[in-house]
Design a protein around this ligand. Structure first.
Ligand SMILES: Nc1ncnc2c1ncn2[C@@H]1O[C@H](COP(=O)(O)OP(=O)(O)OP(=O)(O)O)[C@@H](O)[C@H]1O
Ligand SMILES: [Mg+2]
Length: 574
């Protein structure tokens, strides 16, 4: 992730520099305070007569230093935030881009909730880490080392206290860090689970309500939430033990400094002002060590999150881009050559086996078959949603794996089984694949998709906004918007995966009629459950258990294929 940070190197350097200014002011204060006590109040070098002008003068200097220190602190904060926020922003964009390029299988493996947590919460943790590193860490280190130097320069005997207190504090800090560290990765996992439940429920809210499963889902959410709470409480509890223990050590050290100081004052080797300064220094030093614990917390959390984000960033897209984006002599030709396929993680079980099929340019191919027989899987190999396990899929004579993905997918328009509708206007939904499309093109696509009638009936027509998930449209309306989108793309291959299942037969027939008339050159692959939907196709392929059981025109199949006749009888005879 260093490369994302590099861009902001200037902020990365300026923040600690200004922090140095702030800390220097903090370290100067006790000295001046000592001066006020020794000379201004006690008048040690003036025979016991105090010096009020010196008190005022030094007091003003202290205020000046405080103000300067504040200014440095503010600037350091500004630069640290500029650095960490911009860095986080870049990482978030990169992670999002990577998420978009993942294959379906990879997305499933991460789980949606986890991807959301990684791109949001985890990146925030890393941002905090960066900001802590260049501010908190620098501050702690400078206060610690500067404090020791200043204290020893007062009198070396104070070093004895530091030497005794330090090992105790370090052991204490290490103990707590060791206990807390493993919990941070667990914490993020719990957050993933919570997000998963949340995401499933929000997107599936209608089903949850329809099945009156709110109570169950609430419990499921409650469980995930409790698990998160449990881990969080364990972390916090651990740290709540720590602070008092550290405070005890700190207070004993302060007493020890006063004791050592008193002895030295008696010897005449230090002044009371020096002892006061030493008390402040020892608190600064030990506070710095205590803060190490907070920094470690940040580092552990940040590191755990860093690993999780890196997993996303490093996840090489399973569908590797090819190089070919040139012209081909044919357009609209699809060939399956001895294609077999199993979904990742399925083992030897096959969804498709030895499929051989050629779909000619301009042809309309219907695909029929029982539910789950592999129809959607077959067509998903054409735009490379998945890669064939064995065999080859060719588009226009070129293996789909050789195409640059954009070049391949430019040639194909799909309307999927489950119509994806985006929460924007109907117009933008139809023009999704071609935002530059003209009003007339959008109208024509909507006409062909038989969508114009219901669109015109809407209050704002094409500019009617669709609710998220397309919930403000009926199932058939959603399907027609999705088909309109596919038609508008005007690609050479059009795939409709059961995309007309919610249309009545008359509307469906009008749609196919319009497609045949206006887009005669387009290769059309139409998956359907009803024979009536594909009866007029040039050829119909019947799929059974992942293989092509029969292929031919309606008349040929009626004559030769027993399976087809069975389907026909079951659907149309009545
Ligand atoms: N992402 C996936 N991971 C694992 N198995 C899958 C996946 N998608 C589908 N399958 C399985 O592959 C088989 C074929 O699924 P496919 O979606 O191709 O069927 P289909 O013919 O389109 O069915 P339908 O008519 O119901 O849409 C099914 O048994 C299904 O369970
Ligand atoms: Mg399907």
């Amino acid at each position: 992730m260093g490369k994302y940070l590099k861009k902001y190197w200037l902020f990365f350097i300026l923040a600690p520099l200004f922090m140095l200014g702030e800390v220097s002011m903090d370290l100067l204060q006790p000295r001046l305070m000592g001066l006020i006590v020794d000379e201004g109040v006690l008048g040690l070098s003036n025979g016991g007569v105090g010096d009020t002008p010196l008190v005022i003068h030094t007091g003003l200097r202290m205020i000046g230093l405080v103000l300067f220190g504040c200014l440095c602190g503010v600037l350091s904060g500004v630069f640290a935030n500029l650095c960490s926020q911009n860095f986080g922003n870049d990482v978030r964009k990169a992670a999002f881009a990577r998420v978009m390029s993942l294959s379906f299988e990879q997305t499933d493996r991460f789980s949606t909730g986890s991807l959301i947590t990684r791109v949001t919460n985890d990146i925030t943790q890393i941002q905090n880490l960066v900001s802590q590193c260049i501010r908190g860490f620098v501050r702690t280190f400078l206060l610690f080392s500067g404090g020791i130097v200043c204290m020893l320069s007062l009198h070396l005997s104070f070093g004895v206290v530091v030497a005794c207190a330090m090992p105790l504090i370090v052991v204490c800090v290490l103990f707590f860090i060791g206990r807390a560290n493993p919990m941070f990765a667990v914490l993020q996992d719990k957050l993933d689970r919570l997000n998963n439940v949340m995401q499933e429920n929000v997107s599936g809210t209608r089903v949850v309500k329809a099945y009156v499963r709110e109570a169950y889902e609430k419990e499921r959410f409650g469980d995930a939430n409790d698990a998160l709470l449990d881990t969080q409480l364990r972390v916090l509890l651990l740290f709540s033990y720590m602070t008092p223990i550290m405070n005890i050590i700190l207070n004993i050290s302060v007493v020890a400094v006063i004791k050592v100081g008193a002895i030295q004052v008696g010897n005449g080797s230090v002044t009371p002002g020096d002892v006061m300064a030493a008390v402040t220094y020892i608190s600064q030093i030990l506070n710095a060590v205590m803060r190490v614990n907070m920094i470690f917390q940040m580092v552990s959390r940040g590191a755990a999150s860093g690993r999780r984000v890196k997993e996303v960033l490093d996840c090489a897209p399973a569908i590797a881009d090819g190089a070919f984006d040139g012209e081909t002599s044919v357009r609209g030709l699809v060939e399956f050559r001895d294609v077999s396929f199993s979904y990742p993680g399925m083992g030897a079980e096959r969804v498709l086996s030895h499929v051989n099929l050629t779909i000619r340019p301009g042809e309309t191919l219907g695909i029929l078959g029982a539910t789950g027989c592999g129809k959607s899987t077959l067509v998903s190999l054409i735009p490379r949603f998945y890669d064939a396990t064995e065999g080859q899929v060719l588009v226009d004579g070129v293996d789909v794996r050789d195409y640059a993905l954009h070049a391949l997918r430019d040639r194909i328009a799909v309307a999927l089984q489950k119509s994806e509708i985006f929460s924007t206007t109907i117009r933008e939904n139809i023009a999704w694949g071609d935002p530059e499309a003209s009003e007339e093109q959008i109208r024509r696509a909507a006409d062909a998709a038989q969508a114009s009638e219901f669109i015109d009936a809407k209050k704002d027509g094409l500019d009617e906004r669709v609710a998220q998930g397309g919930h403000s449209l009926s199932g058939g309306q959603k399907q027609r918007v999705a088909i309109g989108r596919a038609i508008l793309k005007n690609a050479e291959i059009l795939i409709l995966d059961d995309a007309t299942s919610a249309l009545d037969l008359k509307t469906e027939a009008a749609l196919y009629g319009a497609l045949g008339r206006e887009h005669a050159g387009m290769t059309k692959i139409i998956i359907a459950q009803r024979i009536a939907s594909v009866k007029d196709a040039d050829r119909i392929a019947v799929i059974e258990h992942g293989s092509i059981a029969a292929c031919g025109s309606h008349e040929e199949l009626m004559e030769n294929s027993e399976i087809y006749r069975d389907i026909y009888d079951s659907q149309l005879k009545g």
